[in-house]
Design a protein around this ligand. Structure first.
Ligand SMILES: *[C@@H]1O[C@H](CO)[C@@H](O)[C@H](O)[C@H]1NC(C)=O
Ligand SMILES: *[C@@H]1O[C@H](CO)[C@@H](O)[C@H](O)[C@H]1NC(C)=O
Ligand SMILES: *[C@@H]1O[C@H](CO)[C@@H](O)[C@H](O)[C@H]1NC(C)=O
Ligand SMILES: *[C@@H]1O[C@H](CO)[C@@H](O)[C@H](O)[C@H]1NC(C)=O
Ligand SMILES: *[C@@H]1O[C@H](CO)[C@@H](O)[C@H](O)[C@H]1NC(C)=O
Ligand SMILES: *[C@@H]1O[C@H](CO)[C@@H](O)[C@H](O)[C@H]1NC(C)=O
Ligand SMILES: *[C@@H]1O[C@H](CO)[C@@H](O)[C@H](O)[C@H]1NC(C)=O
Ligand SMILES: *[C@@H]1O[C@H](CO)[C@@H](O)[C@H](O)[C@H]1NC(C)=O
Length: 503
């Protein structure tokens, strides 16, 4: 425990070497397995959680490696996974999939910094056990997808989310053949950010052909998701966000006046007051003249970048993913979002050997891109609202309503201090969506309606017709990283372990 609190306080990089030395006496008794796999093929993926480089505790048994996206013996495209059985025998019938966004960002950001059993968060000198690991609630499968992401192998050539979903389902079939004992489990698809494209499309494909996977899909969870045109989630609410966070983004009044002028001419200023109604008064139009064919704002209306540039001038530590960040800048052992790391955990050969990964240069977010940009050229933000060569239509305007209708529970969560996608934009996306015969939420989202036991009010929560939307105080973009206790509670709700996301 003393070592643990030390680590939590120790932001000094100098600590890393001293603490990385494993002391045998520190090892707790070997973690018991909650599930065993009979297929001999599973053995080659086994990872001993007591032997992970730099991890000074036994993280428990897990399985990692590459599996192909089809049964073709010549298949060259393979996805890298790290599967962690639940530590709670009562939850072995649950299986949850997690992906990060990007496109092209590794799910191991989630595993190591957000919701996995080992927490090596920004600024932490070394890894610690994560008390809010989602492995408490379910078997967890973190997958680096699509092809081109992280350790995954093969040439990326997809151009849309339908192809992405087909590849993932192909991988899942191969995974279930090896980890046979998981067949028939209840299943949830979860993710973050650009996962707002991935997750609903994957779920939609599974619902369209349930026989493809021997799993019972129950619902999805998306965190600070990209679900509509970037102009809605990044531009329209941007100035209002700055005004509401004046002490964190104190732009000078001359500059604020110039931003106000842009907001006025681009039709952003009264937009939220006019259209964020419960129930909505009909389909919500886009502001006239301010968006291009790619649905990014015209340069003259691009408030978001202007605001970031100006804020970074006065706060060099400014981070769009968490606007409360101040100097000094925290390092991240994954080299993301800023490349000031001493080393990148998954880029070390000892780590790669421990998890059966190929010896390749590992990057938290892939370059080059994971969609074929040449096929969909002109699409730095997609011809239909997707990013980097993804030609799919954002999920709130396509597959998400159908996914809600077929699910038992769908949860969208949002950090209130996220400037990369802003909650008021996500609210517009929800209010413009029609599911179960009605458009949007019919009654207003009550302020202070999300609480956690022994903590109190931590945000706002609302549920209608199987869709739950929760906004968290104290959180930027990566909600399970910044408010793990709040994200954990909403996942308990997703899994049907509680009747309300709020305590
Ligand atoms: C796999 O590749 C080999 C060599 O190119 C070829 O002979 C074989 O037919 C291929 N198998 C399948 C199932 O395509
Ligand atoms: C998760 O499980 C561990 C081990 O059983 C336990 O110590 C921890 O309190 C649990 N976390 C939560 C949030 O319940
Ligand atoms: C991608 O490449 C694979 C393997 O060569 C091929 O089977 C598939 O049709 C290609 N997909 C697209 C969208 O080009
Ligand atoms: C609202 O939905 C309609 C119909 O799907 C669409 O045409 C419109 O662009 C959407 N508005 C916004 C703000 O996304
Ligand atoms: C106000 O902010 C703008 C944008 O960052 C900057 O260019 C300008 O120098 C600032 N003016 C003053 C007086 O600080
Ligand atoms: C990753 O490892 C390669 C060698 O395998 C090295 O050249 C590269 O600099 C490393 N990158 C980072 C960010 O650590
Ligand atoms: C990407 O698309 C271009 C244009 O359609 C095509 O020529 C190229 O072969 C594609 N790349 C891959 C890897 O499939
Ligand atoms: C791409 O852009 C070029 C020039 O800007 C234009 O001629 C072409 O029609 C565009 N193609 C598509 C698919 O939008």
């Amino acid at each position: 425990m003393r070592v643990l609190s030390w680590l939590l306080l120790g932001v000094n990089l100098g600590c890393v070497r001293a603490l990385s030395v494993r002391r045998e006496g520190d090892l707790v008794e070997k973690r018991a397995e909650t599930i065993t796999f009979n297929n001999p093929a599973a053995k080659q993926f086994y990872v001993d959680g007591a032997k992970l480089p730099l991890v000074p505790f036994d993280a428990g048994p897990s399985y990692a490696g590459l599996l192909p996206i089809s049964s073709d013996p010549n298949e060259t495209r393979k996805l890298f996974f790290w599967f962690w059985p639940t530590n709670n025998p009562a939850n072995v019938k649950n299986l949850m999939f997690w992906t990060n966004g990007g496109p092209g960002c590794s799910a191991f950001q989630g595993l190591l910094e957000e919701n996995g059993p080992i927490s090596w968060n920004w600024g932490q000198a070394g890894p610690t056990p994560n008390p809010w690991t989602w492995t408490n609630l379910s078997n967890m499968l973190w997958v680096e997808q699509p092809v081109g992401t992280g350790f995954s192998q093969g040439t990326p050539n997809i151009t849309n989310e339908d192809q992405l979903a087909d590849q993932l389902i192909g991988f899942m079939q191969q995974f279930l053949n090896v980890f046979d004992e998981l067949k028939g489990n209840d299943f949830w698809v979860t993710g973050e950010s650009y996962g707002g494209f991935y997750v609903p499309y994957i779920a939609s494909h599974i619902y369209a052909d349930p026989s493809a996977l021997d799993l019972k899909l129950k619902g999805i969870f998306i965190s600070d998701p990209s679900i509509t045109y970037p102009i809605v989630q990044k531009e329209i609410p941007a100035l209002r966000f700055v005004q509401a966070n004046k002490n964190l983004m104190p732009l000078n009044s001359t500059y604020m006046r110039s931003l106000q002028k842009i907001s006025d001419t681009c039709g952003f200023t009264n937009y939220l007051d006019k259209y964020l109604k419960y129930p909505p008064k009909g389909p919500i139009p886009l502001p006239k003249g301010s968006f291009t064919k790619t649905y990014r704002a015209h340069k003259k209306c691009a408030l978001n970048q202007r605001i970031m540039d100006a804020t970074t001038l006065i706060n060099p530590a400014f981070d769009q993913y968490r606007v409360t960040d101040m100097w000094p800048i925290d390092w991240s052992v994954l080299g993301f979002p800023r490349a000031i790391e001493k080393f990148v955990y998954f880029n070390r050969t000892d780590v790669q050997d421990a998890i059966h990964a190929p010896h390749v240069k590992w990057e938290a977010c892939a370059t080059p891109p994971v969609f074929n940009e040449t096929a969909n050229h002109n699409s730095s933000f997609g011809i239909n609202g997707g990013k980097d060569g993804d030609s799919s239509v954002p999920s709130a305007l396509s597959v998400l309503p159908g996914v809600i209708e077929k699910s038992e529970r769908v949860v969208i969560v949002h950090g209130l201090e996220d400037f990369s996608f802003m909650p008021e934009g996500t609210r517009i996306a929800i209010q413009n969506m029609t599911w179960e015969g009605k458009q949007g939420f019919q009654t207003p989202i009550k302020p202070e309606s999300f609480t956690r036991k022994n903590m109190g009010v931590l945000g706002n929560a609302h549920t209608e017709r199987k869709l739950t939307y929760v906004e968290f105080y104290f959180s930027g973009h990566m909600t399970p990283q910044f408010v793990p206790w709040a994200a954990y509670q909403t996942v308990e709700y997703l899994l049907g372990m509680r009747d309300s996301p709020s305590s």
